[in-house]
Design a protein around this ligand. Structure first.
Ligand code: PLP
Length: 441
């Protein structure tokens, strides 16, 4: 029996922090070379790091496409990828190829989608403060669904849509579900900046208002209760609360949003797309939602997070006896602000030494001028790790690059896609010229 079998097969309940990185946290196309090095889809990861430099995002394109197809098999055509999780032209093209819809929440995201040739009629436009010009652009290019989020927005959109045919809209409601997740990523509770509250009666008022609108046509109901949610009960609750409202709306599109959680750490649970789909679909049936309703979802994180890793080079190691060991890398909060924003945990591993035990406790920090610039608090690496080695954090495919910044004028990393045919650069590294491109002298 292969002693590393558990690493490949999933969660080993006996796993300890010193164990080698669990391979189920790595992209699906990962394999281990004879020398213990990480390969993805036949590419040696340290060779990619040498070619493109570090930090470097590497995505398994095959896995992105596989996950998109799994979702489509479960939900039919009605899956929208929430582009804020990770968007670039190559990603929008994958979504177009795979027949997904695309959620955008700003004119910028919409513009990138359009540059990629993404069909506007498959775009869903979200946001709690879409500007006049963003709405105007959406109308001009023929965005398929605009999700109205406030009474002010209904006014704005009606004024713009007056001399057009009816514009199809969904109504975003806040069902009052407290998803069990980080406060900053909870969106379904009554006290939220998003949408029309169901408890307050605003949702009903907005629905009545839309029903009598000449220029806006209500075609669906939308809710999104938060992100990184592991409790299927929260989703079932959402379905139960939305069901009577949906019935009263007299429409046939019902969008439950995204929010499915993914494991970032060894030992964290994994909820499959099948389980999520069953919870929503069985829940809908139990709540009396007719089978003719189009049940739609908008996953962001769960589609892309597990498909990427970020590779860094170790630059400095500082041991403070009986306090902690700081291991500094060449990126940080500028390529992954999630630990700072949400106190998110990550695993870390040495890409050329995948199978060794990780006996050494280290805190992996970035190069920014902030003590809070932590990537992995109390992470684990093999004790052999030294200056110049490559280390990586897994599960960085969502809300890493998309939230990246130039803080300290650090240039944003490149992004490489690997597939069964080879690899390609889809976003180049930012340059100093890019950094001064906005300066007016
Ligand atoms: C962010 C967001 C999503 C995606 O959330 P994930 O947790 O990444 O799946 C879906 N719908 C809306 C409206 C969102 O704002």
């Amino acid at each position: 029996m292969n002693p590393y079998q558990d690493m490949f097969e999933g969660i080993n309940p006996d796993i300890t922090p010193e164990d080698p990185i669990a391979l189920h946290l790595l992209p699906e196309g990962s394999g281990v070379g004879r020398d213990g090095s990480l390969w993805i889809r036949g590419q040696k990861v340290s060779d990619l790091a040498k070619e493109f430099g570090t930090p470097l995002f590497i995505y398994d394109e095959v896995q992105i496409r596989d996950r998109a197809r799994q979702l489509k098999n479960l939900f039919g055509a009605d899956v929208a990828y929430a582009s804020k999780a990770f968007l670039c032209i190559a990603m929008a093209k994958i979504c177009a190829d795979e027949g997904l819809h695309l959620d955008v929440a700003s004119g910028g995201e919409l513009a990138v989608a359009l540059r990629a040739g993404f069909p506007a009629e498959r775009v869903v436009f979200h946001g709690n403060n879409k500007s006049r010009s963003e709405l105007q652009l959406a109308l001009e290019v023929g965005v398929g669904r605009i999700v109205v989020d406030s009474f002010n927005e209904i006014d704005r959109l009606e004024a713009l849509a007056a001399d057009r045919g009816p514009v199809k809209v969904w109504i975003r409601v806040t069902p009052g579900v407290e998803a069990h997740t980080h406060e900053f990523v909870m969106t379904g509770q009554d006290d939220s900046k998003f949408g029309f509250g169901m408890m307050s009666g605003d949702a009903k008022l907005a629905m009545d208002r839309l029903r009598t609108s000449d220029s806006l046509q209500l075609v669906g109901v939308h809710a999104h209760i938060g992100s990184q949610i592991f409790s299927l009960d929260s989703f079932v609750k959402e379905v139960e609360i939305l069901a009577p409202f949906f019935a009263s709306a007299g429409v046939d599109e019902l969008n439950f949003g995204g929010g499915l959680g993914v494991p970032y750490l060894q030992g964290e649970p994994r909820i499959s797309f099948e389980e999520w789909a069953s919870a929503l679909q069985d829940g809908a049936r139990a709540a009396g939602i007719p089978s003719s309703a189009r049940i739609m979802v908008e996953p962001g994180r769960s589609l892309v997070a597990p498909t990427a890793i970020t590779v860094y080079e170790v630059g400095t190691i500082k041991e403070i006896p009986s306090v902690r060991t700081y291991l500094s890398v060449d990126g940080g909060m500028s390529d992954n602000p999630r630990p700072v924003l949400y106190d998110s945990g990550y695993e870390v591993f040495a890409i050329d030494n995948l199978l060794s035990f990780r006996e050494r406790k280290v805190t992996v920090v970035g190069k920014h001028c902030e003590s809070g610039d932590i990537l992995v608090k109390d992470g684990r690496l093999p004790s052999s790790v030294k200056i110049g080695d490559y280390i990586a954090t897994p599960v960085t495919g969502a809300y890493g690059y998309s939230m990246a910044s130039n803080y300290n004028k650090v240039t944003r990393p490149p992004v490489v896609f690997v597939n069964n045919e080879g690899y390609r650069l889809v976003l180049r590294r930012e340059t100093v010229d890019d950094l001064v491109s906005l300066d007016v002298e």
